[in-house]
Design a protein around this ligand. Sequence first.
Ligand code: NCD
Length: 366
Amino acid sequence: MSVEYASQVDSVAEDSIVGDGAGGSDAVGSATVQSAPANASGYPSSLVGTSVVTLDDISTSQISELLHRAQYIDAHRKTVAHTCDGRVLATLFYEPSTRTRLSFETAMLRLGGQVIGFAGAQLSSVSKGESISDTLKTVSNYVDVVAIRHPKEGAALVASRAASVPVINAGDGGHMHPTQTLADLATLQSRFGRIQNLTVGLCGDLTFGRTVHSLIETLCRFGNVNFVLISPDELKTPQYVLDRINATPTCSYVEMSDLAEGIGDLDVLYMTRVQKERFFNEDDYLRLRDTYILDADKMRLAKPDMAVLHPLPRVNEIAVEVDDDPRAAYFEQVKNGMLMRMALESAVIGDELPGYEPLQQKEMRV
Ligand code: NCD
């Protein structure tokens, strides 16, 4: 955990998060999640019962296993349709969402389970002043797994410590968004057949874009990636994320502000929205929001097999004309997000996919 993030979590604990981030009484430290014991490497030996606040919570072989699981799910949709019969997912969304919440929910429904939750804290007891911890201690009695999105960095960690069921972070402020990264990895895997040996450009709001932080963190663990970090000066990548790249001998980065200058070298261009909701000053947002617009002219400067990713929603940063370019992969990412969430939800609950052979066993047999 980075120093910067650690201090944020401490401040979350001290502030005692209430759902909307204003006062309350959370006790961080009463870890009750019944997860598998960690093995010698510090990772849980199985995903069953494991909370995923960041992908750093699980091993790279477990991430590879999830990618493999999602491929199996895609090819065997009917076979897996009752994997989670009788299970219930809670989606606790304290921040707006279209894709992520619907994707978590569709994933559970497609596995045969059911869904409860709220979208918007104003309709829950948060509006009465209930803390995240109390909400999680309550909801743990109802469900088998929780997906939570919250505007404060560290909220998902606080939630995971209070819950007695696995908690999946669906985005905590400008910090992390691990299941979006799973969707991104699946998209790279399907486009390139690998998630290593790539030059990956990330463009836009690299300060507040949590999907960027999660993706860089995870790609560094697999290694052999050159990052091209394209942003205006005001929206550069946070130091704790750069430190991660610096600490990875097989990875490197350059920072630049001109998309046209860097695009020709990229295998992947990961566009992001300027995160309006994280700005303190509306004028700054208005000044920066249209810094980058990827259009057909810029696409002409790119490699013929470059993949354009975007976690969505887009505002202006990708012109609609790019959607018809075969290099546009952002709607594929949406599909992969659902499949990866199916893989993760069933794995942390501990429900076996009928007929599925784990990657490790398969590799041992070959
Ligand atoms: C992203 C998020 O919420 O961080 N969206 C998503 O979950 N797919 C990106 C964004 O909102 O810009």
